[in-house]
Design a protein around this ligand. Structure first.
Ligand SMILES: C[S@@+](CC[C@H](N)C(=O)[O-])C[C@H]1O[C@@H](n2cnc3c(N)ncnc32)[C@H](O)[C@@H]1O
Length: 271
């Protein structure tokens, strides 16, 4: 065992990985082909090594019989790093410039989608803004993520103080209850958000959306998956609806998709 382990340097053959990707799809229905292959391969190899296994095939056999290992695989594949009001100046811009218009235009039926909302900080940030702007109670947010563990945490809505570093104390006091040193999001904010598992590389999209927030997710996607995703987002938006992307993300052929860049991280569907 020791001998064979030491032979495994951490670099397994790409062909075996490609076979593994097909098996993942066949057994679990999860299509990994839209992600950057080297990244997924590297992360999977770490797990193969952790279990002292020699190949992707051995690892697949483990995933098939051990639910815990399978959950762990899906968890390690995704990175859930997030916080409330990530890039606060962008959220300020959303609050001051775009949300009031979107709320007005949607005539009380405002519907937002936080796609890849992870453990809830992003959709709850938006829900807090809706509260602050006195949006009608029907104004709501669909929050989706691929990762079920992240969604479970999101539904609990309990956070450590470090998730709240971008929030002024007054805002924290207004929207959270403190319980044993943790911060629990208040029910009026929570009620605005519905959480649902959704794979944006595979599943059908909702439509008639006023605002899509998709930030810090596409970095893991291949260029062609990214392109398809943005085209689908454009179709999911109402005319006049907006897409809010992450601070290193650009849509180069936006106008081709019917989107107009209104400022560096905000796009509007114009046709
Ligand atoms: C780094 S977090 C970003 C969280 C939040 N949007 C933010 O900017 O703070 C990326 C999230 O994307 C999710 N994700 C990755 N691939 C996905 C897919 N195909 N469909 C839906 N969510 C996905 C991951 O599970 C993870 O929770």
């Amino acid at each position: 065992m020791e001998d064979s382990l030491s032979q495994f340097s951490g670099e397994l053959p790409m062909e075996d990985f490609q076979m593994f990707v097909k098996e993942v799809y066949r057994h679990f229905g999860l299509d990994l082909s839209g992600y950057k292959a080297h990244r997924v391969k590297r992360r999977t190899e770490i797990l193969v090594k952790k279990y002292g296994l020699q190949s992707f095939r051995d690892y697949m056999n483990l995933l098939l019989k051990d639910q815990k290992a399978k959950d762990e695989f899906l968890d390690k594949l995704t990175i859930n790093v997030t916080e409330f009001f990530r890039n606060p100046e962008k959220w300020q811009e959303l609050k001051n410039k775009y949300l009031p218009i979107l709320l007005k235009e949607s005539s009380r039926n405002f519907k937002a989608w936080s796609a890849g909302g992870a453990t809830g900080e992003e959709p709850y940030s938006l829900a807090i803004l809706l509260e602050e702007l006195h949006a009608p109670s029907r104004a709501s947010i669909l929050a989706t993520d691929l990762d079920l563990r992240a969604l479970e945490r999101a539904k609990r809505g309990i956070y450590e103080s470090r998730a709240l570093v971008n929030m002024p104390k007054l805002m924290i006091d207004k929207h959270f209850e403190i319980e044993n040193g943790f911060f629990r999001i208040k029910d009026n904010v929570k009620r605005r958000v519905q959480f649902k598992q959704h794979n944006m590389l595979q599943d059908p999209f909702p439509n008639n959306i006023d605002l899509i927030v998709c930030r810090n997710v596409v970095i893991y996607f291949k260029p062609e998956s990214k392109d398809r995703l943005y085209r689908n987002f454009a179709k999911a938006l109402k005319i006049g609806g907006m897409l809010f992307v992450g601070s290193t993300e650009r849509i180069f052929d936006a106008s081709d998709m019917g989107l107009k860049a209104v400022s560096p991280f905000f796009y509007q569907r114009v046709r």
